[in-house]
Every structure is written in structure tokens, then in C-alpha cells.
Write a protein that binds this ligand. Structure first.
Ligand SMILES: CC(C)(COP(=O)(O)OP(=O)(O)OC[C@H]1O[C@@H](n2cnc3c(N)ncnc32)[C@H](O)[C@@H]1OP(=O)(O)O)[C@@H](O)C(=O)NCCC(=O)NCCS
Length: 177
């Protein structure tokens, strides 16, 4: 299905049911570092949960509301980047991402999120792409900044995670930028 090269050594592939086992293993191995920022990890306890997530993503894709990709590096799954449901009324979408510990800090997420943002703004014709990061998540904010997203402001107590509520910095990029 859909795949997008991330030269020189990685690629994005749309997540399919056959990827459930390796994706779940990666999520499980990174549980402790994902939990502070990604609430879905606390409802992901088996391959079946991951398969359900992938199936929902494929339905989302089939209905034209965006999709979720795995990030593969040299044929090993390293993380994920994806779209929340597209708001077609406003031609707007929010994207999210994560990467496993052993692949962190190599610019993989920056390249993956750049490819997805370009796809949204150029190929899908969206007007606005948004990234929300916790105020404490400096690495994620750096990704948004490196992609040329503009910092708009902070939503207080906007995301519930295991240890409480996160203040979220909103970044956006418009098609004209
Ligand atoms: C946020 C995350 C996706 C970044 O992945 P990554 O592989 O480090 O991303 P990149 O290598 O493309 O870029 C990271 C940038 O953040 C910087 N960075 C990394 N860790 C940092 C830290 N602890 N403090 C400050 N900056 C940091 C890097 O230096 C780099 O910026 P630079 O190029 O200006 O130096 C990764 O840390 C992650 O998966 N975290 C857990 C899940 C998560 O937070 N997802 C995002 C939710 S909004």
C-alpha cells in the first residue's frame, strides 16, 4: 500500500493489520517513555489492541479522513507518525508522532513529520496542519520548530495522561507558509 521514502535509509508505510505484532512489541518496549505524553499507551495491552488501532486507522483512511504510518528504518519498525481525523469543514488536521528509544535523536521524526506535513498541504490540499506538544516536551517542540511551524499559544490542562493534566503548546503551519 502507500509508502513514502525517507532518504537515505528509512521509509513511511501505511500501517496494515499484518504489522500489529511488531508495532505492539515496539509500543510495549517503550511504554514507560511514551506514557507521560501519549495517553493511548495505557489502553494498549495486547496485539489485539494494536490491531484494533490499525483497523480503525484503515477505516479512517478509506473514508478520506487521514491515515497512520509506521516509520521503518532498514526494515525495522522504529515508530509512527499519523493524522488525527481531518476536519474537512476547515481543511485542517492535527498530526502526531513517536519514536522508539534506540532510534531517537537521529532526525527520523523530523523527516517523517515533514513528509506527512507536505502530503497534507500539497497533495491533500489542506489549509492548516497542527501539532500539539506538552509544555514539558522540548524534543517534540523542537520537531515542530524545525519544520517551520509557528507557535500559537498554550492550552492549559488540555490533555489527560497517567500522571494528570498537561498544558499543551499549539503549533501550526498554513498552506501559504
Ligand atoms: C518527541 C520525539 C518524537 C522526538 O524524536 P527524535 O527522534 O528525537 O526527533 P528528531 O531527532 O527528529 O529531533 C529532535 C529534536 O529535539 C531535540 N531534543 C531531543 N531530546 C531533547 C531534550 N530532552 N531536550 C531538548 N531538546 C531535545 C534534538 O536535539 C532535536 O533538535 P535539534 O535538531 O534542533 O537538535 C521523541 O522524543 C519521542 O518519541 N518521545 C516520546 C513520545 C512523544 O513525546 N511524542 C510526541 C508527542 S507530542
Amino acid at each position: 500500500m502507500f509508502h513514502h521514502p525517507l532518504p537515505p535509509d528509512a521509509e513511511l508505510r501505511i500501517l496494515e493489520v499484518r504489522h500489529a505484532e511488531e508495532l505492539y512489541e515496539l509500543c510495549d518496549a517503550n511504554r514507560q517513555r511514551l506514557a507521560p505524553y501519549l495517553p493511548w499507551i495505557d489502553s494498549t495491552w495486547s496485539q489485539a489492541d494494536t490491531r484494533e488501532f490499525i483497523e480503525q486507522g484503515l477505516q479512517q483512511f478509506a473514508s478520506g479522513q487521514g491515515f497512520h504510518c509506521g516509520i521503518w528504518r532498514q526494515d525495522q519498525i522504529a515508530g509512527s507518525v499519523g493524522m488525527h481525523k481531518i476536519d474537512w469543514l476547515n481543511h485542517s488536521v492535527a498530526i502526531g508522532y513517536w519514536i522508539a528509544k534506540e532510534f531517537e535523536g537521529r532526525g527520523l521524526v523530523t523527516r517523517a513529520a515533514a513528509a506527512l506535513t507536505n502530503h497534507c498541504l500539497r497533495d491533500l490540499g489542506l489549509h492548516r496542519v497542527e501539532i500539539r506538544c506538552a509544555t514539558t516536551n522540548v524534543a517534540s517542540q523542537r520537531v515542530a520548530e524545525r519544520l517551520g511551524f509557528r507557535r500559537e499559544g498554550t492550552l492549559r490542562g488540555a490533555q489527560k495522561v497517567r500522571d494528570g493534566w498537561l498544558d499543551m503548546v499549539v503549533f501550526s503551519k498554513l498552506a501559504a507558509e
